[in-house]
Write a protein that binds this ligand. Structure first.
Ligand code: KG4
Ligand code: ZN
Length: 356
């Protein structure tokens, strides 16, 4: 992507990400070159509870953070002396989890006298695309869709952005996870629904496409989730066998139809020819397939990261942090976790140049 980054070209940004159930540290050179990207997933630990248990997650982060940091420095073949700045996700996320990463980042920034940069986790997902596609050009519209957020952004050539659409209730990933739980598919639900849907008929059950025909760029997934749950309960009451693959495929198709419809409408409204997809749900096979063919039909360029950069990682935080670093937007050492941080809030907030 074209950017004004001539200075600080060789800077190494250390990224730290602990907002949910992944303990992740990365080293990124000059904003775009991944020198290391270590992710320690807690999925096996939370699986037996059927979802992330916040207290367990933060304790795991405490246990793992130093080990993951050491590994990331080793993989990048650098020491803390080589680091130019520390970027850390400070929200949205689980407060106890976020605080582990923030504390580690502050300790490093203070001890080494380097700037601390607080990054909005969701914005990190958007920047994952820059790491994956060096020729990506702005402006673009971006659909960022994860377990905790579903937003459409307009991203200008100077990297400033405006939120032009959001979910009014559940995030799409949240709906995937809840439906998977009702179908007995386990946690995390998105990848399991993706998998079993391959053997199902997406047209077998006509679930609603909430807000698809409304003249706005917002979403609502809670009614769709309830429709699926009611359908499952009805079949159970009738003692009928659950056609799990068909239900999963029909639900997935309903979500995908809405996501594809809204993001292509956003591209049309903003008259841009680039569409970006980001966040955990961006790994969904059907979403990628349908959005690709719709973008091809409309002559739009579509970018999405590889699956390893779609789900939570610290390289995306380091990349987003680098662009804040270049713009001189630092955080102070009083940076706090903001569990409910929104993109609108971050877009409006002008972080002051801080002292390292
Ligand atoms: O970005 P992410 O790793 O964490 C958050 O910031 O929330 O996204 C996790 C979400 C979960 O809801 C997970 O079920 C969903 O992304 N997800 C998927 C797929 N892979 C992950 N949803 C649908 N299809 C997938 N293949
Ligand atoms: Zn995420």
């Amino acid at each position: 992507m074209a950017s004004s980054t001539s200075c600080k070209e060789n800077s190494l940004v250390l990224g730290i990400e602990t907002s949910c159930d992944e303990t992740a540290v990365a080293v990124v050179e000059a904003g775009l070159k991944i020198r290391s990207n270590v992710v320690s997933s807690q999925i096996p630990i939370h699986q037996r509870f059927g979802g992330v248990v916040p207290e367990v997650a933060s304790r795991q982060h405490v246990k793992l953070i130093v080990r993951v940091l050491d590994q990331a420095l080793r993989d990048a073949d650098v020491t803390l002396d080589d680091i130019s700045a520390v970027a850390v996700a400070y929200g949205p996320g689980l407060v106890g989890s976020l605080l582990v990463g923030i504390s580690a980042a502050k300790a490093i920034a203070l001890a080494r006298g380097v700037p601390l940069i607080g990054v909005n986790h969701v914005l990190g997902h958007v920047y994952a695309n820059l790491l994956a596609h060096e020729h990506l050009t702005l402006p673009a519209v971006c659909l960022t869709v994860s377990g905790g957020h579903t937003d459409i952004l307009y991203v200008a050539p100077d990297h400033t952005y405006t939120v032009i659409g959001s979910t009014r209730d559940d995030a799409a990933g949240e709906a995937f996870d809840k439906v998977a739980r009702v179908l007995g598919l386990g946690y995390p639900g998105g990848p399991r629904i993706d998998e079993v849907s391959r053997n199902g008929n997406p047209k077998s059950i006509e679930f609603p496409r909430p807000m698809l025909d409304e003249d706005n760029l917002d979403f609502s997934f809670s009614g769709l989730k309830t429709a699926v749950i009611n359908h499952v309960h009805r079949l159970r009451q009738l003692d009928q066998e659950l056609p799990i693959s068909d239900i999963a495929a029909s639900f997935q198709q309903a979500v995908v139809d809405v996501l594809v419809g809204k993001i292509t409408r956003a591209a049309e409204a903003k008259q841009v020819s680039t569409v970006i997809l980001s966040g955990g749900v961006a790994s969904n096979t059907q979403l990628r397939r349908d959005l690709k063919s719709e973008c091809e039909r409309r002559g739009l360029a579509l970018y999405y990261p590889p699956p390893s950069l779609c789900t939570d990682n610290a390289a995306m935080i380091a990349c987003a942090g680098y662009f804040q670093y270049v713009a001189g937007r630092f955080s102070s050492l009083s940076l706090d976790a903001v569990p409910g941080l929104t993109l609108r809030e971050s877009a409006m907030k002008e972080e002051r140049p801080g002292k390292p």
